[in-house]
Write a protein that binds this ligand. Structure first.
Ligand SMILES: [Zn+2]
Ligand SMILES: [Zn+2]
Ligand SMILES: [Zn+2]
Length: 126
């Protein structure tokens, strides 16, 4: 009877990530799910959600992994190269979906993913 429980955990975790205005860490998620599941399950479900293209990982300025929802990803690829904004005041890490950095790599370099985080003061703290 392991499966239904995991399904409940998955739904709850996805809901937390989707409803949060900024990216959440596994610690936030563990606190948010309460008694629904333990920490190991939180990690396992998060790994699966990333594999399935439901959420993407962002490393914040302290090196902590946080999670934000994906828009059009699937279980084969994550399709996004938007930037992330890290607020120095409220510590929120936000996806700026519409902001895509433009850069040119030196010859013979091929980018597979972009991890671009801008830090400063967000609109709520301005
Ligand atoms: Zn994605
Ligand atoms: Zn802020
Ligand atoms: Zn993002």
């Amino acid at each position: 009877m392991k499966k239904p429980r995991n399904t409940i955990a998955k739904r709850k975790i996805l809901e937390l990530i989707n409803e949060s205005p900024s990216a959440v860490s596994s610690q936030d998620i563990h606190a948010g799910v309460g008694t629904v599941c333990d920490r190991a399950t939180v990690y396992r479900v998060l790994g699966r959600l990333v594999d399935e293209g439901e959420v993407h990982k962002i490393i914040d300025l302290d090196g902590v992994i946080r999670y934000a929802p994906c828009d059009q990803c699937d279980d084969h690829h994550h399709h996004h190269d938007h930037i992330h904004f890290s607020c120095e005041k409220c510590n929120a890490l936000t996806c700026l979906e519409e902001v895509v950095p433009e850069f040119t790599l030196p010859k013979n370099y091929k980018a597979h993913s972009v991890n671009f985080t801008v830090s400063g003061i967000c609109e709520k703290c301005a």
